[in-house]
Design a protein around this ligand. Structure first.
Ligand code: AMP
Length: 179
């Protein structure tokens, strides 16, 4: 059984919200999944299984705010790893590096503390949804610019029809629930 079909029953806990945050976007709302203890646990188990099965061997987890933090924190605890936050501009207090990128619905930028990752450290980047791939492309580039290695990219939901994976050709991208 493929990874996708093994977890496909969890799709009942991903709520489609049309026209959020802008007309034409169908937002994949993960909050029903988060408030279901067994489902939340299963998703974190599934993410940890991918890390093990694919031998990603991360040294640390990193995630863009805000929904990425939720899964990355839980996974980091499970894997006994630390967590590096990647944030919107102006949120991180110490010295930062910044990258601008285009989003499915607008433009944005991400920042990381310049001392957050170490050269050659293997960084696992985690987010809730892979849409166009712009956010994760920026996060991966930001981390790579600091000299770290991308151990893998991990998502709970992948909107495959948006082709985000094609924007990340050099990285191993894995998702639990594909649409
Ligand atoms: P993208 O850069 O297009 O891959 O967008 C990824 C980021 O935007 C992720 O952090 C998602 O949380 C969020 N996002 C984009 N599109 C959607 C969507 N249709 N439903 C839920 N979240 C989305």
């Amino acid at each position: 059984m493929s990874v996708e079909s093994r977890y496909d029953d969890l799709k009942r806990l991903i709520r489609d919200v049309p026209d959020f945050p802008k007309p034409g976007i169908i937002f994949k709302d993960i909050t029903p999944l988060l408030r279901d203890a067994a489902a939340f646990r299963r998703v974190v188990d599934a993410l940890a299984d991918v890390v093990e099965r694919e031998r990603l061997r991360p040294d640390v987890c990193a995630a863009p705010e805000a929904r990425g933090f939720i899964f990355a924190s839980a996974l980091a605890q499970r894997l006994h790893l630390g967590l590096v936050p990647i944030r919107k501009p102006g949120k991180l207090p110490a010295r930062t590096a910044r990258l601008d990128y285009a989003l499915e619905y607008g433009n944005d930028a991400v920042e990381i503390h310049v001392d957050a990752v170490e050269p050659a450290q293997r960084v696992l980047i985690v987010d809730d949804v892979l849409a166009t791939g712009g956010t994760i492309r920026a996060c991966a580039d930001l981390v790579a610019q600091r000299g770290a290695v991308i151990a893998g990219l991990l998502f709970v939901v992948e909107l495959a029809f948006l082709g985000g994976r094609e924007r990340l050709p050099e990285h191993a991208a894995h998702s639990i629930l594909k649409y």
